[in-house]
Write a protein that binds this ligand. Structure first.
Ligand code: ADP
Ligand code: MG
Length: 728
């Protein structure tokens, strides 16, 4: 075994789990490090407090004087907790969170100093932002961007730093981050959904979109991970033969959690509690060393911040436990990948979940309204939904036999399908009293009962209704949830606006009663959007064929999928809904395409390096051992040697063939990269990387993995899959 590999294994096997003190009640420490409403009540004057609450509830502006009070209170609170620095915390389009720490400390002359944090520093900052992706926005407009306080997500303390959630925008107001368009989309869906909810309850003043994400991840010992240049550089293994035992036995899923992993989880959960992230569920996942963590759902903006924060905290807590946390969608070939289900719903300020059936026929009609409008929205914008989850890393997962396909469809279960079928038959125009009663009693009235025993689950669907929420399952584990959530909430907002218009027209012009009008519009929606509903096996080849016939898109790669973000339809949608201007949409597209190219480029370089510098030299060394052996046999047996050296000769030959293939593969890949790099057009470049460069990875890998099986284990330099996945 190579020294590095041996050391890594030895280190891993000698680890002791870290003892975590869990004696503190979770409820007692929950939100301890958050400047939440309770803390605000203690630290703020009544006026300042009301001003923040008003900003949260109604998006009102906080004036400068009040901001000064708030910042001063935040500082006092933070100092009382040993905090020394503050930072504007934001989510640039690089996918990670960004922070730049400044000390509260300020000198005031005469050798004296104080801790200071003014309203200005709270409200707005100018990070040195030139190195964040901007898709040409800053070149075209202003050279600088700034971060601005988002009072709807509370400030928190991490380590010794006060973190202030902020948006990140250019001086001309274009969004340069994930949060800004999300906030606009949430505002749009609030407006549109509130207007529709008023059909059913005049008291509804606000609708919040909720998000409950489920984060999947792998835990690999840090020494083992460090021994793999591919894991270090790209977050996934670029080669490695499948172990004899994979996940076939299913003995890991929901099995008892390994001791060291459990210690990590407890530690992580305690950190989350202090940060106000309401984590609730932890368990093993399907693959060995794969796990999942899920919180109680929250308002979407907060939930997105919490997920972004969590991914960062996981990394830090992981390091404490000598784990590398792998968030990549597909760290190991042949082993299940990781996703991040996004559970989504709409809730009113009156405490009603609009995607949950109620007790009365009217509340069920409300449920059906939001349910069917969501389906229609997905139908109209399925290609955009697919674009919202596209990334180089998620490409490995979508369409592979473990994850939702690249085709977007909606699963609702047999029973709700039957309800929709009934509704499709509703009379055009005015309904007879008999029909109304019938609908009330037999169709709409039966929904709660139906859902109670809704054990209908279809794990192969990318977008499934699960009783009182939709679950977007195709989101990747590394994703910033803001991206798919911005799209989902925008398309639903747009759809609800149209619904409202159509219903009002029927009421005004056709003299229909409100519920008649609603039934009429819903009937048409069901007819129009039927093709998006699919209850069968999403993994099957038959579905691909059927979906094609239905006219649904099936964009298997990121460069193809992303195009839907800049279709005329999408540009218009984002613009009309006030979510993104055309410039913003196009800039974002460019950034994502560029990111794709960079990821594949890095993977290509790393793979070429490992293949040439690790695999080939090792194979040659082993081949030399065999050649020595054959020469020895020849010395011993003379012309008869072939009788004894047959196997050796075969391996020598096979190794030569594979070395040749790897070499040619790497050379071809480098040439293809060079050609692609010369292309000016980023879209063309991405296309070349996707269809010319990336396919060579598989060829190179195939021969490397074959050699892994041939070459003496002692010599093999790279930690093997069985060691990465089964050492604890
Ligand atoms: P699963 O079987 O997929 O694990 P769970 O019932 O455990 O389903 O819920 C999964 C996630 O759904 C949790 O994060 C939970 O908070 C979230 N969830 C539940 N209700 C809602 C809702 N109304 N809106 C958004 N997310 C929700
Ligand atoms: Mg789920």
């Amino acid at each position: 075994m190579s020294t590095l590999r041996f050391q890594a294994l030895k280190e891993t096997l000698s680890r002791e789990p870290i003892h975590i003190d869990e004696s503190e009640r979770r409820s007692a420490i929950f939100g301890e490090n958050v400047f939440d409403q309770n803390t605000m009540l203690q630290y703020l004057t009544k006026d300042a407090y009301n001003s923040v609450i008003d900003a949260i509830d109604h998006g009102s502006k906080i004036d400068r004087k009040v901001a000064d009070q708030i910042s001063s209170a935040m500082k006092d609170w933070a100092l009382s907790k040993g905090v020394t620095h503050y930072t504007h915390w934001f989510q640039p389009l690089t996918g990670a969170t960004a922070e730049k720490h400044d000390a509260f400390f300020e000198t005031i002359g005469n050798g004296r100093a104080i801790e200071k944090f003014g309203g200005g520093q709270l409200v707005q900052q100018e990070p040195d932002a030139s190195s964040f992706p901007n898709g040409g926005i800053r070149n075209t407009f202003e050279a600088r961007g700034y971060t601005a306080w988002d009072p709807t997500s509370p400030a928190f303390i991490y380590g010794t730093t006060l973190c202030i959630p902020t948006v990140f925008v250019s001086y001309t107001g274009e969004a340069l981050d994930y949060k800004t368009p999300l906030l606009r989309a949430l505002q749009a869906v609030d407006g549109a959904a509130t207007a529709v909810a008023k059909y059913f309850d005049k008291n509804v003043k606000k609708v919040n979109a909720s998000l409950g994400w489920e984060q999947e991840y792998f835990l690999i010992d840090s020494a083992l991970a460090a021994s793999r240049p591919d894991l270090v550089m790209t977050g996934r293994t670029l080669l490695g033969h499948s172990p004899a035992k994979g996940q076939q036995l299913d003995d890991h899923y929901f099995g008892s959690i390994p001791v060291r992993a459990l210690a990590f989880m407890m530690d992580l959960e305690m950190e989350c509690m202090r940060l106000g992230i309401p984590v609730k569920t932890r368990h093993n996942e399907v693959a060995p060393n794969q796990f999942e963590l899920a919180p109680i759902y929250e308002e979407t903006n907060l939930a997105v911040d919490h997920n972004s924060l969590l991914m960062d905290v996981m990394d830090k807590v992981g390091a404490r436990h000598n784990f590398k946390v792998l968030l990549h969608e597909k760290p190991f070939a042949g082993v299940n990948g990781s996703g991040k289900h996004n559970n989504w719903s709409l809730g009113t300020n009156t405490g009603v979940n609009l995607l949950s059936p109620g007790k009365t026929p009217m509340s069920n009609l409300q449920f059906l309204t939001f349910f069917i409008n969501t389906i229609k929205a997905i139908y109209e914008h399925e290609e955009l939904m697919r674009a919202g989850i596209a990334s180089a890393s998620n490409d490995h997962r979508l369409g592979a036999n473990e994850a939702p396909p690249a085709i977007i469809s909606v699963f609702i279960g047999d029973q709700l399908s039957a309800v929709l079928k009934e509704l499709e038959g509703v009379t055009d125009g005015k309904l007879s009293p008999q029909e109304k009663t019938d609908l009330k009693l037999n169709v709409v009235g039966k929904i709660p009962e139906i859902l109670l025993d809704n054990t209908d689950r279809n794990r192969t669907s990318p977008f499934a209704f699960t009783g009182n929420k939709f679950e977007f399952r195709a989101v990747g584990s590394t994703a910033n949830c803001a991206n798919p959530m911005t799209i989902l909430n925008t398309i639903v907002a747009k759809q609800l606006q149209e619904f409202k218009k159509e219903v009002d027209t029927l009421i005004d012009e056709k003299d229909l009663k409100k519920d008649e009008a609603i039934f009429n519009v819903l009937r048409e929606y069901i007819k129009q959007s039927k093709d998006i509903l699919f209850e069968g096996n999403g993994y099957g080849q038959e579905w691909e064929e059927e979906a094609a016939q239905r006219g649904l898109s099936n964009n298997k790669t990121t460069p193809d999928a992303l195009k839907a973000k800049v279709s005329d339809k999408s540009i218009k949608l984002f613009d009309e809904m006030g979510v993104m201007s055309e410039i913003e949409t196009k800039a974002r597209y460019e950034i994502e395409v560029e990111e794709y190219v960079m990821r594949i480029q890095i993977e290509g370089r790393v793979l070429g390096d490992i293949a040439r510098n690790h695999v080939i030299p090792t194979a040659i060394r082993y081949q030399n051992i065999l050649i020595n052996n054959v020469t020895g046999l020849k010395d011993l047996y003379g012309d008869d040697y072939k009788k004894y050296a047959g196997e050796q000769l075969e391996i020598i030959e096979a190794i030569s063939k594979h070395i040749h293939k790897v070499n040619v593969g790497v050379t071809t890949m480098i040439n293809e990269r060079k050609k692609a790099n010369k292309l000016e057009d980023i879209e063309q470049k991405a296309h070349e990387y996707c269809y010319k460069v990336k396919p060579l990875f598989d060829e190179i890998r195939y021969s490397c993995d074959k050699m892994e099986l041939m070459v003496e284990d002692e010599l093999w330099p790279l930690t093997k899959y069985r060691e990465l996945l089964f050492t604890r």
